[in-house]
Design a protein around this ligand. Structure first.
Ligand code: GAR
Length: 220
């Protein structure tokens, strides 16, 4: 048995939670370098909460509608997340803009997946915007979170072709399948201390990553 303490993962969701489920499946199959200690949702009706409970993972709701300001909500979220002393806080479809109250509390441990080839298309409606722009490719990016919306240092990116006839829904579905692969992989690097966030970017195995992160390699 290893004497290294088990790494602790907190996951924040707002809805379906399929990315969260990818972490739970990785844990079940022994390919996750840590344990999911809690899933927290800002929406009581998020379907992902039931998925987490079925996997015997503790869940907590911090309902943003009960707070008067973003900062007050974020302070409550800091309290909830801090109780678990996580090594990483995973934003898995967490659809609330976070303020420095939360981000500064977990800076360097906060990782998000965004459904675009960052730095292109921060914000919402990423797939439709890529189609409307006539792009040939779209994708998803795992990145560290900073106070700039979807602007933190990219870690790992997957690029997929936009097919003729694609609409936002078909493209989102194709990309989502790859999010489920690249997100746990990037978080594993962080948990294995191979990946760290510095002031000027993300570093993997001591090397600074490019502005798009490292490209996920398609395997035959
Ligand atoms: C995912 O596609 C994720 O990339 C996106 O929301 C979806 C959540 O799905 N996140 C964002 O847009 C964050 N800005 P899930 O709940 O099934 O994981």
């Amino acid at each position: 048995m290893s004497s290294t303490p088990e790494k602790r993962i907190s996951i924040l969701i707002s809805g379906r939670g399929s990315n969260m489920e990818a972490f739970l499946k990785a844990a079940q199959s022994g390919t996750l370098s840590g344990r999911v200690v809690r899933v927290i949702s800002n929406r009581p009706e998020a379907p992902g909460l039931a998925t987490a409970s079925e996997a015997n993972v503790a869940t907590t709701v911090v309902d943003h509608t009960l707070f008067e300001s973003r900062e007050a909500f974020d302070a409550a979220l800091v309290d909830a997340v801090s109780q678990d002393s996580p090594d990483v806080v995973v934003l898995a479809g967490f659809m609330r803009i976070l303020t420095p109250v939360f981000i500064d509390a977990f800076l360097g441990k906060l990782v998000n997946v965004h459904p675009s080839l960052l730095p292109n298309y921060p914000g919402l409606n990423t797939h439709q915007r890529a189609i409307d722009n006539g792009d040939k490719e779209a994708g998803a990016t795992v990145h560290y979170v900073t106070n700039e919306l979807d602007g933190g240092p990219p870690i790992l990116q997957v690029s997929v072709p936009i097919e003729p006839g694609d609409d936002a829904a078909s493209l989102a579905a194709r990309i989502l399948g790859f999010e489920h692969i690249i997100f746990p992989e990037a978080v594993n690097w962080h948990l294995q201390s191979r990946l760290i966030q510095k002031a000027d970017g993300a570093y993997l195995d001591g090397k600074k990553l490019p502005a798009t992160g490292t490209l996920w390699e398609w395997q035959a």
